[in-house]
Write a protein that binds this ligand. Structure first.
Ligand code: ADP
Length: 738
């Protein structure tokens, strides 16, 4: 664009050239006026007249220059000579008026010649607003210019005011927009704060975001510190930390879930373990989804990992409890299968083998060896190991019995060779353990009511100590097996008792009938004699003999009945003692006298060595019962053999022995003959109810004494009785036996 330079300047007044690009710097009160005249003197004259600080005068010398000037400037007024070479005033004005940009600029023509009205009209047609005639009156010129300048100023002020108003309105709008933006920013901040608070208030879960490739954490909620033991800062700072916490068994699953979330765009979920800073393993349920990053730059994985450790533990406990209860109920079912628990025990051992333990063995102490059972991981070895156990039973000493019976928890773990050897109890048993491949085991004593019934051994192929749950399970199984053993024992005892009772009843009826037969015969004989001869003709000797026989049989019957009554008293706990002073030696002599006939007819000679007198304070009739029982047994089981009796004072006690040389008693029977109904002889050969020695031992126990026997079959037996000289007051009680 051609720049327009002032053509003339030399008035001494600074001529401002308005710069449209910098219009703001133009003083609005200074009015720009363009002077157009081809004659320099005219321009100078105009300038001289109009010189005023309120005007900026620009002088150009042709219409062309004027138009060029107007390309870049908008003067407030143009004073233009009409008569000019080239474009004259009218032509120049016509062009100015044809341009919308310059159309409104008032033009005052200066003319000297054309005062003719036609010229004037032409000027007005071309946009002139006024004429000044040369020579001009400077006052008139100044006034006309001043009016237009004033108008310009006012217009200019208006324009500026309007512009200022527009600007202020725009400012106001901007301010309001800024306020709105600020408010929305605040709301956003508030929302973010709410969201942050919400995230931070989730204390059982961790909210996180991460880079999907590396799983480097970019955000993690504060709860991570409590749930993992690693602070948010640590988890963000170390890009590998989060992934390294995932349990290695669950890592492939976790990676798979990440991949799934990224590829599908949907949520991926999984349960996995996580190692916390304190070495614990926690369970988490993680849900994750891949979202576009806020900056739109790639994907970001966002997840929520909820701590479900408590739930998992509860699930585990429940599953364990169910497994345990299933196992125990099955064990109970198996054991209840039969009263003789031998077969059920074998089934149970087989059931447990491999399920809970690698090895199970049961050895019983109360029941027969038939109830032993072994189940190993290699069933083909079971019989061999069982055989070893049968040949080398666990050494159950009194101390062992006591230890097992008195301990509430009878568990031994063995995780080394020495302990295993101790548990095995015998080198051969240890060898059997080794052959079975055992590395550790748990042994439980099966006790019931303080009695050791058996031993249960559970073994493992690895060195380990059982968990509390496994130990409790083993104990529960042991408890059930012990109950089964006890029930089986009771069952066998009941069976034996019933058998014994039946036997006893047949023997008792036989025994009671035995004296009745001779009694009946003798009474019938007497009746016949009376019938045939009359009372006076019966010889006294014969009568006496018959009466004696009757008397003996009645005695025998009375004793049998007395024994039965005693048994009933003993079982009711009513065996009462009534101590009195008497001479023990004297009592023996009396009894021997009374039994002289019986001894004689049996062919037994008694030798008595007695400390005499031997004063005692005992129950006389019960002491007599003891002596008579032992003496009659000697007569019965050693007929036609001598009998030795001794009675001696031994400190506070009396020792009384009866020795015979009869059939004797086998060693295995010596203990049981003191039990009720127990006999070591056949009822076909010897009569008796098996009650005599039982009653004797009960009387002695009640008196604070005891009895023992030493014997060899066919060599006779020696019964030794020890009893206090005086029955302790605490033992003397009750009312006389009826
Ligand atoms: P009973 O003699 O009525 O059978 P006991 O209780 O007196 O009952 O004796 C129990 C068993 O002890 C007898 O059956 C017998 O086998 C054995 N016995 C007792 N005394 C002797 C003895 N002096 N010699 C051999 N055996 C004996």
């Amino acid at each position: 664009m051609p720049s327009v330079k002032p053509i003339i300047s030399g008035t001494g007044v600074p001529v401002r050239i308005p710069d449209p690009g910098n219009a703001a710097l133009v003083d609005p009160e200074v009015v720009p006026i363009l002077l157009v005249d081809d004659r320099e003197e005219n321009l100078v004259a105009l300038e001289a007249v109009l010189r005023n600080p309120g005007y900026t005068l620009t002088k150009v010398s042709s219409g062309d220059d004027a138009l060029r000037f107007l390309l870049d400037h908008l003067p407030a007024l143009i004073l233009m000579d009409v008569q000019m070479p080239g474009l004259d005033g009218y032509e120049t004005a016509a062009i100015i008026k044809s341009n919308p940009r310059t159309r409104e600029i008032p033009i005052i023509f200066i003319t000297a010649i054309n005062t003719d009205e036609r010229f004037l009209y032409r000027g007005y047609e071309h946009g002139a607003i006024d004429y000044i005639y040369k020579p001009f009156d400077s006052h008139v010129l100044r006034s006309k210019v001043a009016v237009l300048a004033d108008l310009y100023r006012k217009t200019e002020r208006l324009v500026r005011a309007e512009k200022a108003l527009r600007e202020s309105e725009a400012l106001d709008r901007e301010r309001r927009i800024a306020e709105l933006e600020l408010r929305s920013l605040r709301r956003e901040q508030l929302d973010q704060k709410k969201y942050r608070n919400l995230v931070e208030s989730i204390d059982h879960g961790i909210v996180w975001s991460a880079e999907p490739e590396s799983m480097a954490i970019s955000f993690v909620s504060g709860s991570a510190a409590r749930l993992t033991g690693h602070t948010s800062e640590d988890l963000i700072a170390d890009p590998h930390l989060f992934l390294s916490l995932i349990d290695e068994n669950d890592l492939p699953l976790f990676r798979h879930a990440v991949q799934g979330a990224v590829q599908s765009g949907t949520e991926a979920r999984l349960e996995h373990r996580l190692h916390t800073a304190d070495g614990q393993i926690a369970w988490f349920h993680t849900g994750m989804r891949a979202n576009l990053r806020p900056d739109g730059n790639g994907l970001e994985l966002r997840g929520l990992s909820v701590d479900i450790t408590t739930l998992k533990n509860a699930e585990k406990t429940l599953a364990q409890a169910k497994r345990r209860s299933d196992l125990l109920s099955h064990a109970s079912l198996l054991l209840a299968d039969s009263l003789d628990c031998a077969e059920p025990i074998r089934s149970l051992m087989n059931f447990l083998r491999g399920r809970v333990f690698d090895f199970c063995a049961l050895e019983t102490f109360e029941l027969s060896e038939h109830h032993h059972a072994v189940a190993t991981g290699r069933p083909e070895r079971d019989a061999e190991i069982l055989d070893t156990f049968l040949h080398h039973p666990f050494p159950v000493t009194d101390q062992v019995r006591h230890e097992w019976a008195s301990r509430t928890k009878k568990v031994w773990h063995a995780v080394d060779g020495d302990s295993l050897a101790e548990i095995a109890g015998h080198p051969s048993r240890k060898a059997a353990f080794d052959a079975a491949g055992l590395r550790s085991c748990l042994q439980l004593g099966l006790t019931s009511r303080g009695k050791l019934l058996g031993l249960l051994t559970f073994g493992f192929y690895e060195d380990r100590v059982l968990t509390e749950d496994e130990t409790t399970l083993a104990e529960d199984i042991a408890y059930r097996v012990a109950s089964a053993l006890e029930n089986a024992g009771l069952y066998f005892k009941a069976e034996a008792a019933i058998r014994l009772r039946d036997e006893f009843l047949s023997i008792a009826s036989h025994e009671l009938r035995t004296p009745l037969t001779p009694l009946k015969i003798r009474v019938q004989q007497m009746q016949r004699l009376l019938d045939s001869r009359g009372q006076d003709d019966i010889p006294a000797e014969q009568l006496n003999k018959t009466v004696q026989t009757c008397h003996r049989q009645i005695e025998r019957l009375s004793k049998l009945i007395e024994d039965l009554l005693d048994i009933s008293r003993i079982s009711r706990g009513k065996l009462s003692l009534y101590p009195e002073d008497f001479d023990f030696a004297e009592l023996i002599r009396d009894i021997l006298t009374r039994f002289s006939g019986q001894l004689e007819s049996a062919g037994c000679v008694v030798t008595a060595h007695l400390d005499s007198p031997l004063a005692v304070h005992l129950d006389l009739s019960r002491t007599e019962q003891v002596i008579v029982n032992l003496l009659t047994n000697a007569i019965k089981y050693a007929p036609a053999k001598p009998i030795e009796i001794t009675a001696r004072a031994m400190g506070d006690e009396v020792e009384f022995t009866v020795q015979d040389h009869g059939i004797g008693i086998a060693e295995e029977d010596q203990a049981r003959i003191f039990q009720r109904f127990e006999r070591a002889v056949s009822s076909n050969h010897f009569g008796g109810l098996g009650l005599g020695l039982y009653i004797v031992s009960q009387i002695l126990t009640a008196s604070g004494g005891r009895i023992s026997v030493s014997s060899k079959p066919s060599e006779g037996a020696t019964f030794v009785v020890r009893m206090p000289k005086m029955i302790p007051e605490s033992l003397a009680r009750g009312t006389p036996a009826e």
